[in-house]
Ligand binder design. Structure first.
Ligand code: FUB
Length: 478
């Protein structure tokens, strides 16, 4: 994405955008997913039973020949097909040191907080910087976490264009930041506070034909980096456009091995995408110029399904105008909930609370809703556990937990791990990441592979100074 490279002539004959769905009103399933405003540079995040997409808003006038981007919106869905624009949750004013260009960003959760890394034009020397805002929920409110750029032109070995951050927290807790435009990928470790870098900025090796827009994730122990390229050697027919290539590595800092094209040329010149697993299905989110009145600076977010081959390579994406079919999954979907047929036990339950709350089939309205009882372990702190036991072994591939938070001694947990009895000891359930700790939602964990066991245990670690509680915990038959 360069201001210089995009010919204005590509934005022709634009018409007013069709306000198919007003902000806050779910849009019908179709691609692009939202047409009430133009949205770009999507970054997906799954929290509980909801998929969020963090996206910039394109506000260029019809026929405009440059980006006009001042705010970032959050889109949400519980089935990946029907989407709601939750409105602008951050804007240039979120960063008092910035003045223009709300470009691509990505949100990464850690310890119950949500860190929103964004490309934004600082008021000082140079052009684009990377800032970081933070909030206590996926919808914020978000505030500047650092008070200045995390990355700027004065960062040693910074990219030629400091844009397009992607942040990934590995299983060992180490966080990584990749970013960069103008063919200049860069990588650096982040401190546990998520707002400082640690060690040198390096130039990752093996990202063949890298142009901009990296997206990092991990699957089955393998690291994946998807990124925009604009070569005409299998990527695009005209290098004003871009595709999404990808590479894999066995180390989060590389070296990377290029694997091919994930997403071909789209109808906008820029191509920016993210990949996520939701309710057992993988998805790619990207943008194009297909909305009414759309163009290179009036882009719109689309969602399609993504598939892996058995060897871990990614099949080329089929771009659709219909979008994916509804995939409600979530806290009540998928297989049979085996929890009601289990005996529950715990390391501790407060005498006035009830362990039976966790598998009595309650459907909480929010994390304070104890209308179907609540399990709580006040005044215990640190690690506590709850467990299900069945008389015969069960095959289980998904869990969902709805946390109790009484706004007093019981708070959302700091972390949570699933374990199962393998016949002689408790071992970790194979999961892509620990169970979620969001409030007011069912935190769904789809196992990497099904387990067969008579006992499933949840180890819950409290936040400092608080106890923990659960309103409902489900375990689904594979
Ligand atoms: O939206 C502005 C810029 O265009 C992004 O930062 C790039 O990735 C490209 O999509």
């Amino acid at each position: 994405m360069s201001r210089r490279r995009w010919p204005a002539a590509l934005c022709v004959l634009v018409t007013a955008v069709a306000a198919v769905a007003a902000a806050g009103t779910p849009a019908q399933a179709a691609n692009p997913i939202i047409t009430s405003i133009y949205t770009a540079d999507p970054a997906p995040l799954v929290v509980g039973d909801t998929m969020y997409i963090y996206a910039g808003r394109d506000e260029a006038p019809a026929g405009g020949a440059d980006f006009a981007m001042r705010e970032w919106h959050v889109l949400s869905s519980t089935d990946a097909a029907t989407w709601t624009d939750q409105g602008a949750k951050a804007n240039i004013g979120t960063f008092r040191w910035a003045g223009a260009d709300a470009w691509a960003g990505e949100v990464e959760p850690r310890n119950g907080r949500y860190y929103w890394y964004t490309s934004v034009n600082g008021n000082g020397a140079g052009w684009m910087d990377i800032g970081v805002a933070v909030g206590d929920s996926p919808l914020g409110p978000f505030t500047d976490a650092k008070g200045g750029p995390l990355i700027s032109d004065s960062t040693p070995n910074s990219s030629g264009l400091d844009i397009d951050p992607t942040v990934f927290v590995d299983d060992d807790g180490q966080a990584y930041l990749y970013w960069g435009g103008y063919w200049g990928p860069r990588a650096v470790r982040l401190a546990a506070n998520m707002i400082d870098t640690v060690g040198p900025v390096v130039t990752p090796q093996g990202l063949t034909d890298y142009w901009e827009a990296p997206w990092m994730f991990k699957r089955n122990g393998l690291y994946y980096m998807m990124y925009a390229a604009n070569d005409t050697d299998g990527c695009v027919s005209d290098s004003n456009y871009a595709c999404q290539r990808y590479a894999t590595a066995t180390n989060p800092m590389g070296p990377w091995t290029h694997r091919g094209v994930v997403l071909g040329q789209v109808s906008s010149t820029t191509n920016h995408a993210g990949i996520v697993e939701f309710n057992g299905q993988w998805y790619i989110v990207y943008h194009n110029a297909n909305a009414p009145g759309g163009g290179n600076f009036r882009r719109s977010v689309a969602v399609d399904r993504l598939y892996f081959n058995a060897d871990g390579t990614i099949r080329p994406v089929v771009q659709t105008t219909t979008g994916p079919p509804p995939n409600p999954g979530g806290g009540g979907g998928g297989g049979t909930n085996l929890a009601p047929s289990a005996s529950a036990s715990t390391s501790y339950v407060s005498s006035w609370e009830s362990l039976s709350a966790i598998n009595n089939g309650g459907a909480p309205a929010d994390s304070r809703d104890r209308s179907n009882l609540a399990y709580g372990n006040w005044p215990q702190q640190g690690v506590q556990w709850i467990e299900y036991q069945w008389p015969t072994a069960k095959s289980i591939n998904k869990s969902s937990v709805y946390w109790f938070d009484d706004d007093q001694g019981i708070d959302l947990p700091a972390s949570c791990q699933l374990q199962y009895w393998n016949g002689s000891r408790y071992v970790p359930v194979p999961v892509p990441s620990d169970c979620g700790v969001a409030g007011d939602t069912a935190n769904v964990t789809t196992f990497t592979s099904a387990i067969t066991t008579t006992r499933l245990r949840m180890q819950i670690t409290s936040r400092s100074g608080f106890s923990t509680g659960v309103l409902e915990w489900k375990a689904f038959a594979a």
